[in-house]
Design a protein around this ligand. Structure first.
Ligand SMILES: [Zn+2]
Length: 438
């Protein structure tokens, strides 16, 4: 029997090339099915339907979804666990959220959802030119591996030095082409040695980590001949992306996802934006309550079309995205593209006029006028900032002045900047480059 994940992969690859009308028909069917399920088994969503005096039977089109109020992480926390999960179902996979807000919170997935995640990850890799016989090195910082290393009962799995990449598990046993390297910064010597010995064609890691490793790549100590780089975690600026690609001599494929939702999309070979996995997650891009158009920025609001144990309905992820122009992509897909993930709306710098600037815009501005690539900016009050950089990163003449100029221009008034070097600076995974307490 063909493993389920391969069956899902075949389906996902068919979906990828559907015409827009076929795709929308698929979404509508999946969405109405999920709404009926959520109404029947999940108390939070039943109460939302009651609030508007409707049942799922009143919904015929996907756009009817907009009648329901949106939900947030706070709603999930307030109703956790019985109010947001289907009674009597046992999770196959339990993920811990990063824990930035609220109490203990675990995301529960069915095995079907986990298979979807694997299929989507494989689809993204294949679409980017990966072939199953090619070697992939997955490099994870230790702490990320550990955070995700929980079993279904919430216990930490024993020693985790191997993170299973979908291709490794697709055939029920580790594939010889996939090697996982758990790095232990700051010393990258062992990692460089392991990579040179393995000789991967692709690497799979976070931008922050690859930036650290780039020095070794540039100096020639890292001698790998890469065909592509898969990026996970936060999005990066076009400048950083170009520098990474230059250092490694290979194109990058960004991916996007959240613990609550699984994979949400990734770059194709055209590299003109992330294709959202709309065949598995219904996506809306909203400003306030209104959908935005191409070229505009809005918040991504998702409804998961799988995962019956803990579905999400009109869930506000908090991430700002910029919608790319519509129409069929050169890669053949009609899945909606977003050109960049701009970060969490609430992290953005507050301007004097009371607006928040999407975080990636601030990153882009800083990178354009300084040589800084690793930094964390914190706005402590409207006209005051601290900027943390790695040890040795604060040298360079006039850096503080240039940062004041960039940040001042964004805020719309003169600002004070205090620059600090941090010995254990670490911006791995989803760690945020821009934060605001203002
Ligand atoms: Zn494409």
């Amino acid at each position: 029997m063909m493993p389920l994940v391969l069956k899902n992969l075949a389906e996902a690859r068919r979906n990828y090339l559907l015409r827009r009308d076929q795709l929308e028909d698929l979404q509508r069917r999946k969405l109405l099915r999920m709404l009926r399920w959520a109404y029947a088994y999940i108390p939070l969503y039943r109460s939302l339907f009651r609030q508007i005096g409707k049942t799922p039977e009143d919904f015929q089109r996907a756009s009817d979804l907009r009648r329901l109020p949106t939900t947030t992480k706070a709603d999930l926390l307030a109703n956790y666990r019985d109010g947001v999960t289907a009674r009597g179902m046992r999770p196959e996979v339990v993920w811990s959220t990063a824990g930035t807000t609220g109490g203990p919170f675990k995301v529960e997935w069915t095995s079907e959802m986990d298979d979807v995640r694997k299929a989507l990850s494989m689809r993204r890799m294949l679409n980017f030119g990966f072939r199953p016989w090619e070697k992939v090195a997955t490099i994870w910082p230790k702490k990320i591996v550990w955070r995700h290393a929980y079993d279904a009962s919430g216990r930490r799995r024993a020693s985790t030095t191997v993170y299973e990449l979908p291709f490794a598990t697709a055939f029920g046993r580790p594939a010889p082409t996939v090697r996982v390297i758990v790095s232990g910064p700051p010393d990258l010597t062992e990692e460089v040695k392991a990579l040179n010995k393995f000789g991967p064609r692709f690497v799979y890691s976070s931008p922050g980590h690859l930036q650290k490793l780039a020095e070794a790549a540039k100096s020639g100590k890292l001698a790998v001949n890469l065909k592509g780089i898969f990026l996970t975690g936060r999005d990066i600026s076009p400048t950083s992306r170009k520098e990474l690609e230059g250092a490694y001599g290979a194109p990058t494929c960004r991916s996007y996802g959240a613990t609550e939702t699984g994979s949400l999309g990734g770059d194709c070979t055209e590299r003109r934006g992330f294709h959202l996995s709309e065949d598995y997650t219904y996506c809306e891009v909203l400003r306030g309550d209104e959908p935005v158009g191409p070229g505009e920025v809005g918040e991504l609001v998702v409804t998961t079309l799988h995962n019956g144990i803990m579905p999400l309905v009109r869930y506000r992820l908090g991430d700002l995205v910029e919608l790319a122009d519509g129409g069929r992509c050169g890669c053949g897909s009609s899945l909606t593209r977003v050109s960049s993930i701009l970060g969490r709306a609430s992290d953005g710098i507050l301007t004097k006029a009371g607006e928040r600037i999407p975080p990636l815009r601030t990153v882009v501005a800083i990178e354009a006028s300084t040589s800084l690539r690793e930094f964390q900016v914190r706005q402590t009050c409207v006209d005051s900032f601290t900027v943390n950089v790695p040890q040795g990163g604060a040298s360079g003449p006039g850096l503080e002045e240039r940062l004041s100029a960039v940040l001042g221009a964004q805020v719309g008034t003169a600002v004070r900047v205090s620059l600090k070097e941090t010995a254990d600076f670490d911006l791995e995974g989803k760690a945020r480059s821009i934060l605001s307490d203002a």
